[in-house]
Write a protein that binds this ligand. Structure first.
Ligand SMILES: Nc1ncnc2c1ncn2[C@@H]1O[C@H](COP(=O)(O)OP(=O)(O)OP(=O)(O)O)[C@@H](O)[C@H]1O
Ligand SMILES: [Mg+2]
Length: 355
């Protein structure tokens, strides 16, 4: 069924965020959004460690929503993102077979690839490509059952029964990539730099072909500057925003930020190499790096990454597929702020996607 309204929900260690998208006559419209900051130990490394407090925070996040008194889940399709950290995502090579057989083959073999048994995980698989040689690449994602079941219980308690769970990079891909712009020879590396982590994904021929994550983000950049310059977090954050990747502004601060950003650059290069190894048209495969996440706003980040990787780099457009239209209690979401909601936007767009 094609729902009229949909909610994308993202739960991090430090905050929960949501975006609501409504299908209007001709357009998908972003009708509301919100963030609720979480206290310590409510979510730890992506796992719900204080279910009661998380239920409370979710209820608070939607308290202003017009459907809050009824059951939001009745009127909305609800999707939640799963951070890469707690999932096992692998690209595996299998002999040629159809889609149904893939699911079975993957379930049968999963214990070869991950440290959990078949009955401890939920599995998802997607064929990436088929080779003339008869082999094919399949993206395999396994999520611990315990985590999914815990989140389902918590969301239900907050009247937000989830319709789907999705890999965070898959949601980012839906928000930022037009399927017709990617092909075997025109791939994209998505790089989302958040507060605590950077998530990377390669998109080729319209599907994910690699995902990775590292613990580098806004917080690690600020900590680096705070420690070296003996500043408190607030001042260090101000300095990071003022200087960004402009050496001329402050060579010392530039160098500190650069050390962190270079680790992101190294991951992008690894992803490019990985895609090259999988594909015979190697060097022309990745033609673009698209940035998202709050840290995409760091001054001169796109130019720096472009120079370091030699791949055209730009900031993704979170409103590529959903027009913002906010009214009433909700202030308009600027393009800059929306970079923090790219995952939620992608999730909320899921029920409206063509395929
Ligand atoms: N102009 C800017 N320059 C540098 N950093 C910025 C700027 N604007 C926002 N940030 C940083 O972006 C980060 C927030 O990004 P985002 O909202 O994408 O994170 P998140 O999704 O909540 O976290 P994560 O994905 O790591 O779990 C914060 O660390 C913030 O300081
Ligand atoms: Mg994020």
């Amino acid at each position: 069924m094609f729902p009229r309204a949909s909610i994308g929900l993202e739960i991090n260690d430090h905050a929960i965020k949501y975006v609501e998208v409504n299908a209007r006559k001709r357009a998908l419209v972003l009708t509301s959004y919100g963030t609720e900051v979480l206290g310590p130990s409510i979510v730890t490394n992506g796992l719900p460690t204080n279910p009661g407090a998380l239920t409370e925070a979710l209820t608070k996040l939607f308290a202003m929503h017009p459907d809050a008194r009824g059951d939001i889940a009745k009127r909305h399709s609800i999707a939640m993102a799963l951070p890469e950290t707690n999932l096992f995502v692998r690209t595996v090579t299998l002999p040629a077979m159809d889609e149904e057989e893939v699911a079975n083959a993957v379930a049968y073999q999963v214990e070869q690839y991950i440290p959990l048994t078949q009955d401890q995980v939920y599995l998802d698989s997607q064929i990436i490509d088929r080779h003339a040689s008869g082999e094919m690449h399949v993206l395999l994602a396994a999520a611990p059952r315990q985590m999914i079941d815990d989140y389902t219980t918590i969301l239900k308690k907050a009247h937000l029964a989830p319709s789907y769970f999705e890999l965070e990079p898959a949601a980012i891909m839906r928000a930022l990539v037009k399927p017709e712009t990617v092909s075997a020879t025109k791939g994209v590396i998505l790089t989302d730099v958040g507060a605590k982590k950077t998530s990377l994904a390669a998109v080729r021929e319209g599907s994910l072909d690699f995902t990775a994550g590292i613990d580098i983000g806004g917080e690690s950049i600020v900590t680096k500057v705070a420690q070296a310059k003996k500043l408190d977090t607030k001042r260090a954050e101000g300095l990071v925003r003022r200087v960004g990747l402009r050496k001329k502004k402050d060579p010392e601060v530039f160098e500190l930020i650069k050390t962190e950003v270079d680790m992101i650059v190294a991951e992008i290069k690894k992803a490019v190499e990985y895609v090259g190894r999988q594909n015979s048209q190697a060097e022309h495969t990745i033609t673009e790096v698209l940035l998202s996440g709050g840290v995409a706003n760091l001054t001169d980040l796109p130019a720096y990454i472009e120079l370091a990787t030699d791949i055209p780099t730009s900031i993704g457009d979170p409103f590529l597929k959903a027009t913002p239209l906010l009214s009433g209690r909700f202030t308009p979401l600027s393009k800059i702020d929306a970079l923090s909601y790219v995952t939620s936007i992608g999730l909320a767009l899921r029920p409206f996607q063509e395929t």
